[in-house]
Design a protein around this ligand. Structure first.
Ligand SMILES: Nc1ncnc2c1ncn2[C@@H]1O[C@H](COP(=O)(O)OP(=O)(O)O)[C@@H](O)[C@H]1O
Ligand SMILES: [Mg+2]
Length: 244
């Protein structure tokens, strides 16, 4: 399998005045193209810090990071931004949609910052259709449920055709059943070949991945394949449109 992400001895120290917080203490791991991985651990263990570094949103204090054969430490801020745009789609717990803006416009926005070419409107519509939101694309976020807003956020993450989707607690604000639907979407995207890396502190959510990396106090405490993986059935809750 192709090594997509390789980090070695990663450390991260946050400095606030004269206080230093050592968030990562030497993390090494490899994630292959096409994997679906959950990063698990209690609050404060360093999950988001690790995710932000892997997602090229932040640089480590020490260690090395190779993304798709490129040494990330060598990149300028502009190059980092361009890698993020081309290769990585982000999904967050709080959806991060623009409130006064339709689902369709929200999904079109990342294409304005230099994604792939082609017809923006059509591609946004296709991304929304892929997450079961074709019929609500003209709705604004406050006219949508939490689960529907997260679907729009996933469409926005998809629209530049990234190879990797990173999701930080994507089901954290959703009820169990809606969270399950969202995990079904990630599983479908993963079957389509997208590498999925999700952060969660919930065991049941992590069981949807094929591998669980456990983080504790800034170090890797475990890295195991999921034995009895939860698969969300196709067509069931996964399609996403509620009946009229
Ligand atoms: N921007 C920051 N500035 C200072 N400390 C931070 C910052 N981000 C995270 N931390 C600290 O780093 C540690 C790990 O945080 P984080 O990666 O957010 O953990 P998790 O996502 O697992 O809850 C915590 O002690 C947290 O308080
Ligand atoms: Mg976090």
């Amino acid at each position: 399998m192709h090594d997509l992400i390789t980090v070695k001895d990663l450390t991260k120290v946050y400095t606030m005045g004269d206080v230093e917080v050592h968030a990562l203490h030497g993390v090494s791991l490899t994630i292959h193209q096409g994997e679906m991985v959950a990063i698990m651990g209690p609050s404060g263990s360093g999950k988001s810090t690790l995710m932000n570094i892997i997602g090229c949103l932040d640089q480590p204090t020490g260690g090395t990071y190779q993304l798709d054969g490129v040494n990330v430490a060598d990149l300028s801020d502009n190059q980092l931004a361009s890698i993020r745009n081309q290769k990585i789609g982000f999904v967050f717990q709080q959806y991060m949609l623009l409130q006064r803006t339709s689902a369709l416009r929200n999904v079109e926005l990342p294409m304005l910052y230099g994604g792939k070419g082609g017809n923006r409107r059509e591609r946004a519509q296709a991304a929304l259709a892929a997450v079961g939101m074709a019929e609500r694309m003209h709705h604004k976020p406050n006219e949508l449920s939490g689960g529907q807003q997260q679907r729009v956020a996933i469409a926005r993450a998809l629209v530049n055709e990234p190879r990797i989707i990173m999701a930080d607690e994507p089901t954290g604000a959703l009820d169990t059943r809606t969270g399950e639907e969202i995990m079904g979407i990630f599983q479908k995207l993963n079957r389509d070949g997208i590498t999925i890396i999700l952060v969660t502190h919930e065991h049941d959510v992590a069981q949807h991945a094929e591998r669980i990396i456990s983080v504790r106090d800034g170090v890797i405490a475990g890295d195991e394949p999921v034995k009895a993986r939860t698969i969300v059935p196709q067509g069931g809750s996964q399609g996403g449109q509620s009946p009229p």
